[in-house]
Design a binder for this molecule. Structure first.
Ligand SMILES: *Cc1c(COP(=O)(O)O)cnc(C)c1O
Length: 229
């Protein structure tokens, strides 16, 4: 395949995902942000879909994300960190990203708050919920959301915007049950806090179901960029 053909495929896939998300927003009368998950894909691909109007990009690995953000600092991109955070990498996340989707303990939230540079706007954060209760996965139990939320709301350099989940791969009924449990937790958090406006759920394989269940932000990698290496 020539470079030109692969560029055309990228743009076609991107436009296909935009159309699908827009149609679902119309069907369910709810606005949804498309986060393009660019992990393991080159800077050129990010620039390609930026030129099509995409502004929000998600990265999982600190080093890779920071390198991309620095290389593209002339562009008006909102960078979302969506991978697990280790304490020793929190400073780089606090300095280079606009959002973090994977807060699962008070200690890491406190570090991000303390390390957020004062000249930057607050870091937007989401609490990650281990909705399918998988041993191997990060995230807190859904019953612990309100306690962690209270702690984060008191941190002056963070703005708690909502919740995020990565459900276990499963059939549609189990996935729907997980998504609806997230919706309920999100709505109860929202009744107490005006800043809560984001429910980050849905990936390439389940974005329609997630939007049906009240997702406000879908994180899409493969359906836009193709398979990762
Ligand atoms: C990789 C990743 C995605 C994107 O997954 P696709 O199936 O490629 O759309 C979304 N969210 C998180 C947290 C990821 O790590």
């Amino acid at each position: 395949m020539t470079d030109l053909q692969s560029n055309n495929n990228l743009i076609e896939r991107y436009q296909g995902v935009c159309n699908e998300v827009n149609q679902l927003c119309t069907d369910y009368a709810s606005p949804v942000t498309l986060l393009a998950v660019s992990k393991k894909h080159p800077i050129e691909s990010i620039e390609q879909i930026y030129q099509q109007g995409q502004r929000c990009f998600g990265e999982n690995y600190v080093q890779e994300g920071v390198e991309k953000a620095q290389a593209l600092r002339h562009l008006d991109i909102e960078w979302h960190f969506i991978g697990p955070i280790q304490s020793n990498k929190s400073r780089q996340v606090a300095e280079h990203f606009d959002w973090v989707h994977t807060i699962d303990r008070e200690k890491i939230a406190q570090r991000l708050n303390d390390q957020r540079p004062c000249h930057l706007a607050n870091l937007n954060v989401l609490i990650q919920v281990n909705i399918s209760q998988q041993d191997s996965k990060s995230g807190i139990h859904i019953s612990e959301v309100s306690e962690l939320a209270k702690a984060i709301i008191d941190m002056p350099h963070l703005t708690l915007r909502g919740l995020m989940c990565i459900p276990a791969p499963s059939d549609e009924n189990h996935l729907r049950a997980d998504f609806l449990a997230m919706k309920q937790a999100y709505e109860s958090l929202r009744t107490n806090n005006a800043n809560i406006d984001t429910l980050s759920m849905g990936m390439s394989s389940d974005l329609a179901l997630a939007i049906e269940c009240a997702s406000t932000m879908v994180r899409i990698g493969t359906a836009i960029f193709g398979q990762r290496n």
